[in-house]
Design a protein around this ligand. Structure first.
Ligand SMILES: [Zn+2]
Length: 305
């Protein structure tokens, strides 16, 4: 009954807002800003500063995505208890291994909560002695979390792209895809792409567009968007990689590539002016450091200075 009452009010909110209903919580600093927004029926995006995660309400409880941090997860636990009294957090699903998204899960653990991660994330945490709440369930390729009431979450691994064991989360009933870090909408990829694998970003993004049905995309940073927005993002990372690769093959230096590469089609992205050169440098470094392009015999004038 409580849920029905909630749904009634929730639907009023949705009708009242054009796309999202946002409940901002006052904080002195933007970095500590917290928010919960309804994305679709039963599915919410929650925010801690520049980080986003999701949660799904089902008949027997709540499934939460990344905990983000101890503080953020504690805040969320309190909010969930107020908004959905009596509903436990049944599952926490980790998006990938990086601690700035994965730490703090213990604040959501009520003793029966099951934590789910890709096996590579679990392996990495163990090897690196990370202080995360370790997963109870791991998987290699795909995993379907079937929930009471018939809803489910479909997890899939697409290969290396950012961190270890980075997976996509699909919410079929809502037609929503959630990906953290390796797809970012409305904003440039982060600075010089430290920890990213540009070829993996391209391959994984192409794969989800080709194989995963979704109407709405919710990222771990920046904006919510559509399938077309994901295609626009893919166009950017493809053009970035192609422009840098061509420059290196033609024997141009990093500075020359930064001057000549044409990425102006994507100038509407936030941080375009601030991070464009850093994005170019990041891909350049990856192609030299990871792929040894400067060691190719056909490139007569290595671009490395
Ligand atoms: Zn991130």
């Amino acid at each position: 009954m409580l849920r029905l009452v909630f749904l009634f009010f929730a639907s009023l909110f949705v009708i009242g807002a054009s796309f999202l209903f946002q409940i901002p919580v006052a904080h002195a600093q933007d970095l500590e800003a917290r928010a919960i927004e309804q994305v679709d029926e039963d599915l919410y995006r929650w925010t801690a500063g520049p980080y986003h995660s999701v949660f799904l309400v089902h008949d027997a409880g709540i499934v939460v995505g990344d905990p983000l941090s101890r503080d953020a997860a504690s805040w969320l636990r309190t909010e969930l208890a107020e908004r959905f009294p009596g509903l436990p957090v049944t599952h926490v699903i980790y998006s990938h291994s990086h601690p700035d998204h994965a730490y703090g899960g213990e604040a959501l653990d009520d003793g029966r909560t099951q934590f789910i991660a890709h096996e590579l994330a679990a392996q990495t945490w163990k090897l690196n002695r990370a202080k995360v709440r370790m997963p109870d369930i791991t998987f290699a390729d795909t995993f379907s979390l079937d929930l009471p009431g018939g809803s489910n979450v479909e997890l899939a691994y697409w290969g290396a792209n950012n961190g270890k064991g980075s997976v996509s989360m699909r919410f079929p009933a809502q037609d929503v895809l959630h990906v953290v870090d390796w797809i970012v909408l409305g904003r440039m990829p982060y600075q010089s792409l430290d920890g990213y694998d540009i070829l993996g970003m391209i391959a994984s993004t192409r794969a989800v567009l080709a194989r995963v049905p979704f109407e709405t995309f919710v990222g771990g940073h920046a904006d919510i968007g559509s399938r077309e927005d994901v295609e626009f993002y893919l166009g950017y990372i493809e053009a970035l990689h192609d422009g840098v690769l061509t420059g290196i093959i033609e024997g141009r230096s990093l500075e020359e590539i930064q001057k000549t590469i044409d990425l102006s089609r994507w100038s509407s992205l936030k941080q375009f002016d601030a991070w464009r050169d850093a994005n170019v440098e990041g891909v350049y470094r990856q192609l030299i450091d990871d792929h040894y392009l400067d060691m190719r015999p056909e490139i007569e004038e290595p671009a490395v200075s």
